[in-house]
Ligand binder design. Structure first.
Ligand code: BG6
Length: 476
């Protein structure tokens, strides 16, 4: 592999992800002349619609979700769009789709439908020759609800597509600053010699959201924060922080290293996790209802989780990775904090030396801050006064003139070009689920119930205690 796709088929083309992310990303790529000149995009969904109605639908989505300055050439982009009505659960419709695709075209397929529809869709594609040749398929999460259901999905896909043509999305890997983590670690000599248990005290990963259930009541209540956020996005972040340097930046090398980390995750003990569920409070300056009120009933689903993870290998022996994520928290922030150890001996008896800290801000701010001890200017009789100061790189300032891209732009382009580096391989997903399933089994065995927290706070106080027991404070 791989040649560029000439036809992109979007299943679930009239859905929310398509409106908010996929169509805007494709249009933005087109405006930047990054799409192959001959690329055609065929949307499919159950609703009856002509191609021109689909173009109208797309135009409205673009006008709503893509800033005007990124919509240059929108009319040309809309001309690339076609529509093919298809109920994926019945065999009819696939032949018409195959006819629309035509002969000898390189095909990329994006499934953004419910996972329960993956199997019939794949069978329909395979039966109509749409899985042949170089055809590649991209799957949107959730890829199952546990290891068993994830294996069933993976088996169904593997029945028609080899692994080298399967692209599993984790949209966090499409975020610039997440890729920057790889650049920071492996494009600089500075960090690698210190990137181990000898010099790092602990790592924190926070993915905090201010939103509540949004319109996903049923999905979310069946998932919870552990499966919705930790199983995928947070474990991918952890794997990128903790992996060994890959031999090169290609799909096999990077994923070989990530999966070793995921397999080395130690099962958690009871005391190493805290779950929470929000109650009413104030978020983003507004009074918001509690989870149970939004849901209309009581539920045991966690909207917050904090974990203390360990990676059982030489590099990370004894280094805790504290992770927390939740809905309706105080701020929207995704960041990774690497806390280095203190200097082994201080020559400044009067100064309280603070350990260095590397903060990688992923969103909403994209920045990298290294906190250092520096001398406070002034003339003192004895010794020196030192204070912690930040060495701050704000990415938008460092790279002015570059616009912020939607994470899906990178991933859709890689799918079209056939590059799997930023997609998740089967063994990674399954290692992630195996670890998550063990946590959930532990919760079930101990009858763990989520502790309540007020919307707009940083989660239940037990989460603070989880870190403070080790003398660690969450970075806020
Ligand atoms: C999705 C989760 O995968 O990621 C959502 O299902 C969550 O619950 C979203 O809100 C967060 O993504 P981002 O890019 O806004 O951090």
């Amino acid at each position: 592999m791989s040649t560029k796709a000439q036809t992109l088929i979007l299943f679930g083309a009239t859905g929310d992800l398509s409106r908010r992310m996929l169509l805007p990303s494709l249009c933005a790529l087109d405006a930047d002349e990054l799409l192959p000149a001959d690329l055609e995009i065929i949307g499919t969904a159950r609703s009856e619609m002509s191609s021109s109605e689909f173009r109208n639908f797309a135009r409205e989505a673009l006008e709503t979700f893509l800033p005007a300055h990124r919509r240059g050439g929108m009319a040309d982009f809309l001309n690339r769009l076609h529509y093919s009505q298809l109920d994926v659960t019945t065999p009819e419709g696939y032949a018409e789709l195959a006819a629309k695709v035509g002969e000898d075209r390189e095909v990329a397929i994006f499934l953004s439908t419910a996972p329960s529809l993956f199997k019939p869709t794949i069978e329909g594609l395979a039966a109509n020759g749409l899985a042949d040749g170089n055809a590649r398929i991209c799957l949107e999460k959730p890829l199952g609800t546990d290891l068993e259901s994830s294996c069933a999905i993976n088996d169904a896909v593997a029945g028609a597509f080899p692994e080298c043509r399967i692209f599993r999305i984790d949209h966090y890997l499409g975020k610039e600053t997440v890729q920057n983590l790889i650049a920071l670690r492996f494009g600089n000599i500075l960090f690698e010699p210190l990137w181990n248990a000898q010099h790092i005290d602990h790592v924190q990963i926070t993915v905090a959201e201010t939103v509540g259930l949004e319109s996903r009541v049923d999905f979310y209540d069946g998932a919870g924060a552990l499966r919705d956020m930790v199983q995928n996005h947070m474990l991918q972040l952890l794997a990128l922080v903790a992996m060994e340097p890959p031999g090169s930046f290609d799909a096999s090398s990077v994923r070989d290293e990530k999966v070793k980390v995921l397999r080395a995750l130690r099962p958690l003990t009871d005391a190493e996790s805290v779950t929470g569920q929000y109650r009413g409070g104030a978020s983003g300056g507004q009074i918001v209802p509690g989870y149970d009120e939004e849901l209309g009933r009581e539920s045991n689903t966690e909207t917050f989780v904090a974990l203390k993870a360990h990676i059982d290998n030489w590099r990370w022996h004894g280094v805790p990775f504290y992770m927390r994520t939740g809905k309706r928290l105080a701020e929207r922030v995704t960041e990774i904090i690497v806390h280095f150890r203190c200097v082994p001996h201080s020559i400044f008896p009067d100064a309280r030396l603070k350990p260095n800290k590397l903060v990688i801000g992923i969103q909403p701010e994209e920045n990298i801050t290294l906190s250092l001890m520096a001398k406070v200017p002034g003339i003192e009789h004895e010794g020196m006064t030192l204070r912690e100061v930040p060495l701050n790189i704000a990415m938008p300032d460092a790279f002015t003139g570059k616009h912020k891209r939607i994470a899906y732009e990178r991933l859709l382009l890689d799918l079209i070009n056939g590059d799997q580096t930023l997609f998740v391989r089967r063994d990674e997903v399954e290692a992630q689920w195996a670890w998550i399933d063990a946590i959930r089994a532990g919760w079930e065995a101990e009858g763990k119930e989520p502790k309540t927290y007020a919307a707009g706070s940083w989660g239940p106080s037990a989460s603070i205690a989880l870190a403070e027991r080790d003398g660690v404070s969450w970075h806020e």
